[in-house]
Design a protein around this ligand. Structure first.
Ligand code: PEP
Length: 257
């Protein structure tokens, strides 16, 4: 069985404020002391990244951004570049989150260019994929996952893939309280891993972390992350509560750690 370090990310979305974000980061940094068998990242809103970096530096928490623009600088009003994120201590970037795909309207091409900009800069990229309820009900889950994975990773080399985490997040499960069964999630993850073996090779497929997202919480995290091909979680709502998020992280610690 390949040895993959679990990855648990907390996507704060457009939540917290200056003080509550720092308080949450502080609680996580102290609660995580002694847990080193799981890679933990938090993705706060852009405007709080610097303050939160000051709070978490010295801890093992990785600082992530919820988005990035695909150009290095210039006349792109309102956008944030990779170098700006690096200035704030960011080492990981989310691309393709379902809210960016379906609420903001980002295309596969935009998501691919953001993914490549992130990887070209040497940062880690958490590429999110997943089907809507309609797509699931019409039996298109695997086809959608394949399409979004191929499109998201177009032009990404095998070397760069080492810096990619894939988050499988069925859209119907995000923020709804509905969760894929561990068996359904495992099945989707195994197919994504098989796809990576076809696109790259078996070593790449064995090494890549594929994490689950969609209403992960303390009560279901251990069962989901206990499945062979589920290497952690991307957590929205439950990451806003330090105790819940820490419990999810502890559930990801491998039995033999
Ligand atoms: C997410 O935002 O990626 C997510 C999975 O949200 P939630 O845990 O709230 O469903």
């Amino acid at each position: 069985m390949p040895n993959r370090t679990p990855f648990v990310g907390g996507n704060w979305k457009m939540n917290t404020d200056a003080q509550s974000g720092v308080d949450l980061a502080k609680a996580l940094a102290s609660g995580l002391a002694g847990i080193d068998a799981v890679d933990v990242a938090i993705f706060p809103p852009f405007v709080y990244l610097r303050d939160i970096h000051n709070t978490t530096s010295g801890s093992d928490i990785l600082l992530g951004a919820q988005d990035v623009y695909n150009q290095p600088n210039g006349a792109f009003t309102g956008e944030i570049s990779i170098d700006m994120l690096k200035d704030c201590g960011v080492s990981s970037v989310l691309t393709g989150h379902s809210e960016r795909r379906h609420v903001i309207g980002e295309s596969d091409t935009i998501i691919n260019t953001k993914t490549r900009a992130t990887l070209d800069a040497g940062l880690e990229c958490v590429l999110c994929i997943g089907e809507t309820l309609d797509q699931r009900e019409s039996g298109k889950t695997d086809a959608i996952n394949e399409h979004q994975t191929r499109a998201g990773l177009e032009g990404v080399s095998k070397e760069q893939l080492a810096n990619v985490v894939i988050a499988y997040e069925p859209v119907w499960a995000i923020g709804t309280g509905k969760t894929a069964t561990p068996e359904d999630a495992q099945d989707a993850h195994a197919k994504i891993r098989e796809l990576i073996a076809n696109m790259y090779d078996q070593d790449a497929a064995d090494a890549i972390r594929i994490i689950y997202g969609g209403s992960m919480k303390p009560g279901n995290a251990a069962e989901l992350m206990g499945m062979d091909d589920i290497d952690g979680g991307l957590v929205g709502g439950a990451s806003l509560n330090a105790d819940d998020f820490l419990e999810i992280i502890r559930a990801g610690v491998p039995q033999n750690a």
